[in-house]
Design a protein around this ligand. Structure first.
Ligand code: ATP
Ligand code: MG
Length: 556
């Protein structure tokens, strides 16, 4: 499975694995997993974790598991489970039949909880959630023991079994590990292992009235699956001590947790709670809104698994939190799409040009290659030309500003792959708006090259008025106005960018009539565009994935 074309750059986690393999710690085995909680859709941060875990398994001839940490039935839904599987598959992380759920282990986890009660390492506590919080202490003050901490093993077992049987009200009791209320690590101050919830679970139905906490389920699930390198984000550094304590106390197979810095990206919020709010509040148009950094949104926008992998490999893995500039993601898209997409012509804001010396009713076709950037590809199409064409409205200036190198009265430009034209007249409507240009062409410049060596100011893209087809083109800006959406506001919603979507009626070359949702193109000079799933019948809809260059994004 080793990827020889594009080897993943090394990182500190690979160094740890190399050392483990050298010492024979896991007999050369590498077993990783991606453990989502099914309480939201996956985003670009999750992709970092998926690509990291999957990439390690792939490159070390190991195995990669997908495991749902489905311990909280109140927030979890089948919709999320299905979407997560689809998105992980889309990214190309193949779990090869090893799909697991923490809920698969509920019976085993319960048995282990009884084991800890029996060894005097767990107890049933009747304090309320509020009282438990009060007893927990702070970073500078130790916690206090619960008055229920010293119940007998028999009483604990009896109460715990009755909790499972559903005899008690929600919130009335919990099972806690008996560790150390004065520990320097708050995670070790008798953490909760089970809470009572009379809620049905997507997979276990009404079988359970108690559910394990994430902390109790996570490390044991890793152990059951034989995870060797349990990779998680930095916030879980202190939890590692607890996971180690549980595995040690139970005497079960040990796993090694390694923490790395989570991905933060400018102009985004990564917390699922906040992202759910953007969806439910209608601030984005669903989970697959092309402005969203969910995997669905990115996909609809035209991002591919290859782009996302180029991005996650490029930013690497580190131990220190930082925020990656959104441009880094966009540049990954440009690098990949530049090579892979056919180049076509589309005019986003059309201005008609009538070429007065071009024969009426003449049809002419230019054979234009699709992949000028790739000499190994020879596909081309027949691009129609005619007496009436459209150019981009802002490619003309009646009174050209300094440095303006495109069309103006009396100046000559090249129509890409076609002819040189010079502007001879400007037609305006009653309010003075330019509605049409008049021009002449030079038949000696067929194909866009002159025989006398004269230079032109610029090269414009165009479409033939008779042959072009209409398309709706959606141009996006950042969803938030601020790099840090939380900056200077109480509520991040206040930093939403009201102009994050602009829709234009464009005209595109006729070869695009057969484009299918998901297809990507470079519209020359305007960026990379992907066919939106709203495309149906004669209606063609494109999303701009990204402009050609950063500077263009600002101006358009
Ligand atoms: P929440 O928003 O509730 O904190 P979460 O991001 O922790 O959610 P999980 O479903 O628990 O969501 O995440 C699954 C895995 O993805 C975890 O192993 C987590 O470490 C990893 N992950 C989540 N967010 C990021 C991120 N921004 N960068 C890298 N990895 C991430
Ligand atoms: Mg989480």
């Amino acid at each position: 499975m080793t990827d020889t074309i594009n080897p993943t750059p090394s990182n500190f986690i690979r160094t740890i694995i190399d050392e483990d393999n050298a010492t024979g710690k896991y007999a050369g085995r590498v077993q990783t997993r991606f453990p989502p909680e099914p309480n939201g859709y996956l985003h670009i941060g999750h992709a970092k974790s998926i690509n990291l875990n999957y990439g390690l398994a792939r490159d070390y001839n190991g195995q990669f598991n997908l495991r749902f940490d489905d311990t909280n039935p109140e927030k979890e839904e089948q919709e999320y489970i299905d979407a997560i599987m689809e998105d992980v598959r889309w990214l190309g992380a193949d779990w090869d039949g090893r799909l697991f759920h923490a809920s698969d282990y509920f019976e085993q986890l319960y048995a282990w909880a009884e084991q800890l009660i029996t060894t005097g390492q767990a107890y049933v506590d009747d304090l309320s959630a509020e009282e438990i919080r009060e007893h927990r202490g702070t970073l500078t003050e130790p916690g206090r023991n619960s008055p229920y901490r010293d119940r007998t093993i028999e009483e604990n077992l009896d109460l715990f079994r009755r909790m499972r049987a559903g005899e008690f009200a929600e919130g009335s009791r919990v099972l806690r590990a008996k560790i150390d209320m004065a520990s320097n690590f708050i995670t070790l101050r008798d953490p909760v292992m089970y809470r009572i919830l009379h809620a049905p679970h997507p997979r276990t139905g009404n079988a359970w009235h108690i559910y394990p906490t994430y902390d109790w389920a996570h490390g044991q699930s890793d152990s059951i699956e034989g995870i060797t390198h349990s990779i998680c984000t930095l916030e879980f550094e202190n939890n590692r001590r607890l996971y180690d304590w549980f595995q040690e106390a139970l005497g079960i197979r040990r796993t090694q947790q390694i923490e790395f810095a989570r991905l933060n990206l400018t102009y985004t919020v990564m917390s699922k709670r906040k992202m759910i709010r953007l969806v439910h509040g209608g601030y984005v148009d669903g989970w697959d809104d092309p402005r969203f950094w969910t995997l669905r949104g990115l996909r609809r926008r035209g991002y591919t698994p290859e782009i996302i992998r180029a991005f996650t490999d490029g930013i690497g893995v580190s131990k220190a939190n930082s925020t990656v500039d959104y441009h880094v993601l966009e540049n990954a898209a440009r690098d990949v799409l530049n090579l892979s997409t056919p180049r076509v012509m589309a005019v986003l804001e059309p201005l008609k040009v009538v070429i007065e010396n071009y024969p009426k009713n003449k049809d002419e076709f230019f054979d234009v290659p699709y992949y000028k950037q790739d000499k190994t590809r020879t596909e081309s199409r027949q691009l129609p030309f005619g007496r009436e064409i459209y150019i981009e409205r802002d490619d003309f200036m009646e009174v050209p500003a300094k440095g303006f190198n495109r069309l103006a009265p009396e100046t000559e430009v090249r129509l890409m792959s076609a002819y040189y034209i010079a502007c001879t007249g400007v037609v305006k409507d009653s309010v003075g708006r330019i509605v049409e240009l008049r021009a002449v062409y030079d038949p000696a410049t067929r194909g866009g090259t002159s025989t006398d060596g004269r230079k032109v100011k610029g090269t414009l893209h165009w479409v033939s008025a008779e042959h072009a087809i209409p398309a709706e083109v959606r141009l996006y800006d950042r969803l938030f106005k601020e790099e840090d959406p939380e900056k200077d506001v109480v509520d991040f919603i206040d930093n939403l960018n009201p102009d994050s979507l602009r829709v234009v009626d464009a005209l595109v070359e006729p070869s695009l009539a057969s484009a299918q949702p998901g297809d990507s193109f470079q519209f020359v000079r305007d960026g990379y565009f992907c066919v939106d799933p709203d495309t149906e019948g004669d209606r063609l809809v494109f999303n701009r994935t990204v402009s050609l260059r950063d500077s263009w994004a600002k101006g358009q």
